[in-house]
Design a binder for this molecule. Sequence first.
Ligand SMILES: [Zn+2]
Length: 468
Amino acid sequence: MLRSFINSLPYPIKQGAKYIYGAIPPRFRSSKVFWDTYNFLQESQWWSKDKLEEYQMQQLEKLLNHAYNNVSYYKKVFDERGLKPKDIQDFDDLKKLPYLTKEIIRDNLESLVAQNYPRSKLQYSTTGGSTGIPMGFYVEKNTTSAKEWAFMLTQWKRVGIRIRDKCIVLRGNIVQSASKGKFWEYNPVNKNLIFSSYHMTDETLPGYIAKIRKFRPDFIQAYPSAITILARFMKENNIKAFPKIKAILCGSENIYPWQRKLLEETFQCRVYSWYGHTEQVVLAGECEKNNYYHVFPEYGIVELIGKGDKTVTQENELGEIVATGFNNFACPFIRYRTMDLAVPTNTKCECGRNYTLLKSVEGRLQELIVTRDKRLITLTALIFAQHFEAFAQIKEMQLVQEKEGELIVKVVRTSQYSVNDEKEIFSKMQRAVSDGLDISFSYVSHIPRTKNGKYKFLIQKLPIKFGD
Ligand SMILES: [Zn+2]
């Protein structure tokens, strides 16, 4: 049936299609945009660096001409600077254009919409507001998301997703029957068993685990925070791994080194994570060979901008991800400040792709902590680069910053937690910030999730700026 379906499509399907077919959302299975993009990526991922850059410049030229001619916001941006699209001849020239910020988008949305796109071709989208700046924008209906899936599945193919594969999903979905005590629902179309991420407690988790064991999934798609709850419960109760799982596919939240370690130990398989956005200007994921994020050059142009607006080129330096996306001409994002930070590496990966690599995505700007003397501290430096004995005695934890130099540590304790654990957390954090914080503890029964079901490790209520 699959073969006859593929043969019936009016365009050629290239290598590997049968492997990913089961994972394609049904609405894109006969989308020409999806298959064109997917087929293209199967070849372009092996292109030389020069060829990829040439491709990027072609796409950029197309995007800039379109923006200048059809998008009033960009027409104004060019005119005010006395520029024409032809003045942007290389990646350096791109710096002649200003950044696009969330505030600009929020305040100028209508002038960012391309006039040659009828309303019926636009789809409204919003970001979750994790940065504190909620924002709405438009994408090309059926096109932007079809391309997105072609990229996503190209990534997932690296860990061996195949047609008959069964997946369990723990990604903040609302499960209707959960109020009646059934915390999962099966989607026969894509063979996904979707679990509620909102009802995972010591009482309900044995039921989740029994159901997963019976289902025998090949993959787990999860928010890192949700799968961590399951893994921690399994580890504490010495519950053995599920047989047959090939990988855990993690996205939409940062995955921290301790989470990766816990997941790989508990599930005895590879954790594969990717980094992307609702805004769809940048996408990066791990490969078959290592954990660095491989930035898709076919998706857009990514700049890493450090202090003083300088491009970050050194290994291990921290920069903000500024991206220009190729997949949305309805509402183009050019030099969009993502407010996410990343650390580059100049290593070349043995997988053979000539992609820019990020050693880590350090998290959102809103994941920095401000000390009394206004230093910005990453969560990695504060916590994740250190070893805390106390973490074994903690179920969940969340940091809250409301004032400079102050930090509230919210903890959901286990019964083994003691005053020594609090002392250890306090002193190691203080050492990391050279006593730059007043740290107080608050013991709570649970950590609430965001509207989208995501867990936030840090609630940063201060506005954070970087690079200015
Ligand atoms: Zn690689």
